[in-house]
Every structure is written in structure tokens, then in C-alpha cells.
Design a protein around this ligand. Sequence first.
Ligand code: IPM
Ligand code: MN
Length: 351
Amino acid sequence: MKLNIALLAGDGIGPEVIDQAVKVSDAIAKKYNHQISWKPALTGAAAIDAVGEPYPDDTHEVCANADAVLFGAIGHPRFDNDPSAKVRPEQGLLKMRQKLGLFANVRPTFTFPSLIDKSPLKRDRIEGTDLIILRELTGGVYFGKRGREDNGNTAYDTMTYTRAEIQRLAKKGFEMAMARSKKLCCVDKANVLESSRLWRETVQAMEKDYPEVEVSYEFVDAVAMRLVQWPKAYDVIITENLFGDILTDEASVISGSMGLMPSASVGEKTKLYEPIHGSYPQAAGKDIANPLATVLSAAMLFEDFGLQQEADDIRRVVNKSLAEGVVTEDLSEGGKSYKTSEVGNWLAENL
Ligand code: IPM
Ligand code: MN
């Protein structure tokens, strides 16, 4: 297969983890005789420095014309403590999601056999966890009307959803549930928020089209608690943008490290694959960041192109590296740790 992949390394540890995903993907391509052509493009703070904006048109062009996008991370501390900054790296990510129509973010949570005891949660609670949080990605409070009033002394952000936005996300959730254990949980705050009541009403109306799917409705505050208490109670979760942002960080604790969890963003056009972690600026340039979330994001990419063996091979070699202790310092617990690049090399060689 010929694959044209836009490569957006972004900021912080982005370039380092992306390098390892490229090594691993190239090794897979060699093994199975695929041709991957990587198309690097600027995004985030790096793009602000170069051309003054975090998701330049040229970058969009590259993404829109690619078969898929592999993305590192975005964000730079220079902007975090400057509330007056007009352009921010994160705006690039939001613009990219919006312009590529990436309305659904698929964030799986699963455990790794050799890491179960690295999680701060008890083994019997988490062993066997296998759930997917399907986060709405181009609506809600991230994209609603926001502003200041009262001479800047009052601020507001609006959580807005249309029925159509909820339907297209929920449809993916129902389809995913059908392909898995036929259990779907809609997470909202319908006891307080009008937008959540529209979510519930919309999903309820869709239930009749999927009679085999058992649907439950839970409030986000309760799910925040139950997710780490009884993660095995969940299979497919659908939720709005901000709730999904928060719950997926929380869910990553189940696997033992944020450096492990991949994601795929899908929608109308090109799909995008990225780790759920951020740019981790404290580690940038030190060759210590965990590359596995990005490597596993590449596995999701191959799987979506029907290359199941390729994806399985990547997951197998990742599990092997964990079992043999070829891990970065976040997972080494004071024992021997490997550099980001060494883990990447090891994975590529062991494929
Ligand atoms: C994520 C990140 C982004 C988000 C930030 C960087 C804007 O936290 O992908 O989860 O909030 O969506
Ligand atoms: Mn987040």
C-alpha cells in the first residue's frame, strides 16, 4: 500500500516522540512492503515562530491532501502564563480539528499485562479494562461564544450543541458499541445543563435504531468517580468535548502512564492520530519522554487502513518492550531506564 502521511511534530516532546513513531512505521512498511511518504508540516508554537500562526494554510493543505495525519503535541509554557497572548499554540490544534472536520475523538483505555502493578489503582479493579471514550471534538464550550463584559471583569464561555452534532457523534458511538460488547454509556450533566438535556434527548431518540445496544445515562461527576473505581463497568462512552477532555486524562491513570495512551480523531476528511498527552515542555529536548502513545497511535492508523497485522505487530512489540523493561524513566521506577530514541530503535529492530 502507498500511504501519504502528513507529519506534524508540533512542540515540546512532540518532535522526539514523532521520530520514534516514524522509525517504527518505516520498519513496519519495510517488513510488509508498503511505501510511506512522510510530509512534514509546521504547527503549534513552532509555526507561530516561523509564520506567525499555529495552523498555517500551508499546513492545512498538506493535511487535507494526505491519507492521514500523525501528530505529536502542541503547547509551549511561554504562552501559558501570558493571558494577554493573542495567538496561542493550542488555537492551532482547535483550528486543525475544525478545518479537518474531526468531530469524533476515539480514546481507548486498556491495560498492559506487565504494567498492571504500576498503576496507582488496585490490580483487581483494573485488570482487563478495555473501554473507549468517544469524545465530541469540534463543538461545545471549546467552540462556543466566549468573551468579556463589564470592562473585562466578567467572562463567559458558552457550551452550545446542535442536534445534528450530537447525532453524528452518537451514531459513531452506537456503531462502535455494535462492534464491541453492545454497551453504550452517554455521559452528561443533564440535571443541570440544557445542552446535556439535548444530548440525552437526542441519544434516547436514536436507541430504537440500535435495539441490541444497551444504553445507560450517567452524570459526569458520578462517572469521574466510577471510572477509576469500576472501570470494567464501561465499554463505549460518548460525551461532549470538555467532559471527554477531563475523563480521558483521568482514564489514562488506569493504564499506568499518560505516555501510553493513543488516540484517533475522525470525521469528514483526513483522519488524525495523536497521543493523548501534551507537549510536556519540562522534558523537551532531553530524550526522556515516553514515545509509546505516539507509536500506538501509528498502530491505530495502520488498523484504520485495514492493515491489521501491521497494527498487531506494533502492539506486540510494544508489549514486549514493556515486559523486558525497555522503558523510559516514567515507567522504570528507579531501575534502568532507556532514552526515548533507544526505545524507538529497540522497537524498530524487534519488529
Ligand atoms: C487534548 C488537549 C487539548 C484539548 C489542548 C492541548 C487544547 O488537552 O487533546 O486533550 O483540550 O483538547
Ligand atoms: Mn486533554
